[in-house]
Design a protein around this ligand. Structure first.
Ligand code: ZN
Length: 293
């Protein structure tokens, strides 16, 4: 993705890695016709003619949003050296920090970290390993976590990757005094409608939020995991395996897509492959996506 300028804002993508699980593992109910329809506007060499011949390829990346001298990191990918049950992301070592340096930034330059939700693939780089301990990666940053997600994953007793991530990528930030637990409807910089703010998008996780931003230009929408993959524009009503509350997640997905199309927002999805950024268009009673480049 090339840097995107919207009024006084600049948005750049910070790539970590891609993961390509079998399509049928993630989204049930997709047909050959859906894939054919998707292929008319979406180029993806990991998609075939049938779900069985396709991978559900997700890019893992953060966005760096710059505005008024602030540098905001939206979502924090998987992180290095973290023990996970999913082989694709287990104890990985990725070029994330080298890619940050390629943006002419160091970890000290990030002022604010916003995690749209506290799933393992959105919190990983919150911390890094230093002398055997997990310490905040972005030493000068405030980290904003959704209070509902923090309470939900903090109380969870099921030993899974989200709980592991809570322990190695969320709690150490909180215990270091760098985290603020927030409601999902607050202004983060300036005010709602003019600056950077959060909006509730509960469903994928209990406290899931979208990040919106506007500054003398078009509105940006960072929808996190409200939509994971372009096939969900063709079949937005289907249940996605990672959605904690599938019905609420579907309602949020439909509402978000409709609004992004009607208000012509510039969208920055958490998992769309390069060039990632784009606009939602109505396509009959479903949607399509036009990448920015
Ligand atoms: Zn995700």
């Amino acid at each position: 993705m090339k840097p995107v300028t919207l009024g006084r804002m600049r948005v750049r993508k910070l790539f970590e890695m891609e993961s390509a699980p079998p399509f049928s593992m993630i989204l049930q109910g997709v047909t050959d016709q859906d894939l054919a329809r998707l292929a008319t506007w979406n180029v993806d060499d990991t998609l075939g003619a049938t779900p069985d011949q396709s991978a559900f390829t997700m890019s893992m990346h953060s966005y760096v949003l710059e505005l008024d001298g602030l540098r905001i990191l939206v979502d924090a990918c998987n992180g290095d050296h973290k023990h996970r049950s999913i082989p694709d992301v287990d104890r990985v070592e990725t070029p994330f920090l080298a890619n940050l340096a390629a943006l002419d930034l160091t970890t000290d330059d990030i002022d604010l970290v916003l995690c749209t939700h506290l799933h393992f693939d959105h919190v990983g780089w919150n911390t890094r390993l230093e002398n055997g301990k997990w310490v905040p990666t972005f030493a000068n940053a405030r980290y904003l976590f959704s209070r509902s997600d923090f309470e939900h994953f903090g109380e969870q007793d099921l030993e899974d990757d989200h709980l592991r991530a809570f322990r190695d990528s969320v709690l150490p930030v909180y215990e270091a005094g760098r985290a603020e637990l927030v409601e999902a409807d607050i202004a983060v910089h300036r005010e709602i409608g003019n600056g950077v703010w959060l909006e509730p998008a509960f469903g994928h996780s209990p406290g899931n939020f979208s990040v919106l931003a506007r500054a003398d230009g078009e509105q940006a929408l960072f929808w996190g995991d409200v939509v994971h993959h372009p096939i969900q524009m063709v079949r937005p009503e289907l249940t996605m395996i990672f959605d904690g509350d599938p019905e609420a997640a579907r309602d949020v997905r439909l509402r978000t897509l409709g609004r992004a199309a009607d208000e012509e927002m510039v969208c920055f999805p958490a998992h769309f492959r390069d060039p990632s950024a784009g606009r939602v268009l109505r396509d009959g009673d479903v949607y399509r996506y036009r990448f920015l480049e």
